[in-house]
Design a protein. Sequence first.
Length: 466
Amino acid sequence: MAISVFDLFKIGLGPSSSHTVGPMRAARTFARRLEKDGLLEKVSKVKSELFGSLGATGKGHGSDIAVLLGLQGESPRLVDTDKVDEMVAAIREGRVLNLLGKHGVAFVEAEHLILHKRKTLPFHPNGMIFEAFDAEGQSLSKRAYYSVGGGFVVDEAAVDAGFNPPGVTELKHPFKSGAELLALCERHGKNISQIMLENELAWRTEDEIRTGLLEIWAVMQACVKRGCEHEGILPGGLKVKRRAADMYQKLLASPEAALRDPLTVLDWVNLYALAVNEENAGGGRVVTAPTNGAAGIVPAVMHYYARFTPNPTDDGIVRFFLTAGAIGILFKLNASISGAEVGCQGEVGSACSMAAGALAEVLGGTPEQVENAAEIGMEHNLGLTCDPVGGLVQVPCIERNAMASIKAINAARMALRGDGQHFVSLDRVIKTMRDTGRDMNTKYKETARGGLAINMIELPVNIVEC
């Protein structure tokens, strides 16, 4: 399966790529399939069932809301995040679901939107089944979908085909491992971003690639800006207070502090990550990078590059994305970026690795130093569990992004001080992450049934049930 950098970096909404973006895309795909097959006008009701991790923490992640919006034809990229609550309230109060905005069907939430907290589907923990019925109660169409991480969605046909559909895109420089990627760089005398750029030309022109990536960067910057402005309490019942706005004002009020304490730069990096992930937790517009739960790491490190390193350029931003994308592809192909499948090491760990390698490249690192930085970033996130308190992408997720952002910068700096030679390869650490994820108990994989999720002694009484 050929993966583009634009598959890994997608403009969407919070709080979760697997639990919000994926279900919305799946529901929209099902509704569009009904229309394509000439069945839309015959539908009287649609039953949506969410299984595994989606069922266990769906309420906290907004999976139920995502399904409703997707069936109505909304896409993660274009939905007006300021009107989501209004749209969902209209569906629930009117008890009518308007498929693709064209055909109204009855909607009784207790009957038509089921979250199975203990049942799973084969293949992946994030499974969904959609079924449409006519007025006589006869089934018109039934399909299963899986949200496999980072907003990627596959259906049963893709699973049965082994993800090798006909007409697969042919890349100029195909690679499936870090070793193959380094060999390509050496053979052609190019860096990783150049190899990735030539692969991206299979889908888009160079101008389109550059424009698209700079648009994504603009969305990331806008997300940080909004996060630095918004105050208040995050939704969901935990009553987590937003901190980015207050931190931003304090940093602005004492610019001379940076002269006394050079580590003040880390405060700014923490701020960038917190701002993004607070926006994500609030259901705002974010960029999946490569997931929503880890959406703050790449933009935080990119802000570090743009504001605290000498001579940053738009070309550097483009190269950053391309290099991070190449590293993300290795995780997607050889392990997983889904917290429900391998724990948070697959989300925050992958993002840390991507950001570390990308920063090393734009700061002048060789392909070997880039691979070393990416390896360091992942190695020291191995075993990281996904145990969101209350099933919400808030605790420990928001702070975890800030910690990983700092770790990514340090990994890049360590790699740049060396010659690229190191003991553990990126391929070995990716395999280790995959194996660790397989061994990890299910309760530590985005189910909110282990770790911090059950060891919080006092929780607000109105917390969302998981």
